[in-house]
Design a protein around this ligand. Structure first.
Ligand SMILES: Cc1cc2nc3c(=O)[nH]c(=O)nc-3n(C[C@H](O)[C@H](O)[C@H](O)COP(=O)(O)OP(=O)(O)OC[C@H]3O[C@@H](n4cnc5c(N)ncnc54)[C@H](O)[C@@H]3O)c2cc1C
Ligand code: SF4
Length: 335
């Protein structure tokens, strides 16, 4: 299985940050956070993505401050503002500094194109990628929550771990002290993320053997509690694509990593080798999104049956909702 791709990587691992309280703040196994801490403690810089101060968008920063690592934690599922990141990284490399660069695979490829060559002081880490969604979806949802709670958002995540790694929750904290929390895929944001990808992501050129980083990390979907790299608080899959990447990953303190096979790593995460498929509702959703915004578009682009179920779930009291859900799935299974 996957024979044509196996030679690309030097090694494949599963693993996680050993400190559980830190691990709970990260998206999957927290390996990105461990890498960033290690690079900064060695005197280097990290380029990664944070939310803007008002939480309406996401953007690149280049930092050598440990205090910035908290902002870097967590996946930002939207197109981000790249600012001058390519030239800023090049400037630091030219002056002999070390840089660890996080990016979606096409962004890592664009960085190499800009710099023109590999550089011994640059380590690149790609994220397994099924593509970000539109920045408008994020902005519309943050604005919607701010209206609903009559307060500004001061913290936000699309992958908050409530008890364990899954399910991921959308979480927002407001200036007035209130909080909002809901399974991500039950929100309009989650629906928009599922339905609306960028055209180029349906035919991505940076999959399989065209990955260009030193390392690639992602969620280790398919990991189970009998795997030695299992951790119910989150597991990362790690592809060491170059010997430089492998040397870096295996020297990081405070992480537990275990060798695994390419098959195990990719079987439940085909985004490493394949592009995602376009959603049937994309075009309808896209038109409504640009004219009427996220909340309207997600309500009106759903098939009628799903709309009816969604509506029913809003009028069923909280107390009996789990029972109603069970009953619905039992009937569906029988039908
Ligand atoms: C748009 C998108 C799609 C993804 N799709 C998949 C997928 O299909 N399958 C899968 O296994 N994993 C996917 N991932 C990766 C996964 O969500 C985690 O980001 C990854 O496993 C790292 O987790 P961590 O716990 O090590 O990171 P943390 O310790 O939480 O740190 C997060 C790191 O991600 C970086 N980051 C966050 N958002 C972005 C962004 N938009 N662009 C570049 N860097 C960013 C930060 O700079 C930081 O270094 C996706 C990520 C993104 C942003
Ligand atoms: S799917 Fe491909 S083109 Fe789309 S963001 Fe990811 S790496 Fe870039």
């Amino acid at each position: 299985m996957f024979e044509e791709y196996k030679k690309h990587d030097v090694a494949v691992y599963g693993g996680y940050l050993s400190d559980v309280s830190k691990l709970m703040q990260c998206t999957s196994g927290g390996i990105a956070t461990a890498m960033s801490e290690y690079m900064i403690k060695q005197g280097g810089y990290v380029a990664g993505v944070v939310y803007s101060d008002d939480f309406y968008s996401a953007e690149y920063i280049l930092t050598n401050k440990i205090s910035d690592i908290d902002r870097l934690k967590g996946s930002k599922y939207i197109e981000c503002d790249k600012k001058n990141i390519y030239s800023d990284v090049k400037r630091l490399l030219d002056s002999g500094e070390k840089v660890l660069f996080f990016g979606l695979p096409c962004v890592v490829a664009a960085l190499y194109k800009f710099i023109g060559t590999r550089n011994k002081n640059l380590i690149t880490c790609e994220l397994v990628c099924h593509g970000p969604t539109s920045a408008q979806i994020h902005k519309d949802y943050v604005s919607y929550l701010e209206d609903k709670y009559s307060s500004k958002v001061i913290d936000f995540s699309v992958r908050r771990k409530k008890d364990f790694w899954t399910p991921g929750y959308l979480y927002a904290k407001f200036e007035n002290g209130q909080t909002f929390e809901k399974p991500f895929y039950e929100t309009e944001y989650g629906y928009g993320f599922t339905v609306f990808g960028r055209e180029r992501c349906y035919d991505c050129k940076f999959k399989g053997n065209n990955r260009q980083g030193d390392i690639m990390i992602g969620d280790f979907w398919g990991a189970v509690d009998t795997d030695e790299y299992w951790n119910r608080c989150g597991v990362s899959v790690i592809f060491a694509e170059t010997t430089t990447g492998d040397a870096f990953i295996t020297s990081i303190p405070g992480i537990s990593i275990f060798s695994t096979t390419f098959e195990k790593a990719v079987k439940h995460n085909l985004m490493v080798i394949k592009s995602k498929v376009k959603h049937n509702n994309r075009e309808k959703f896209s038109k409504l999104l640009s004219k009427k915004g996220l909340i309207y578009a997600s309500k009106h682009s759903l098939p009628f049956k799903t709309q009816a179920i969604k509506y029913a779930s809003t009028i069923i009291p909280d107390k009996i909702r789990p029972m109603a859900k069970k009953l619905y799935f039992a009937i569906k299974k029988k039908a």
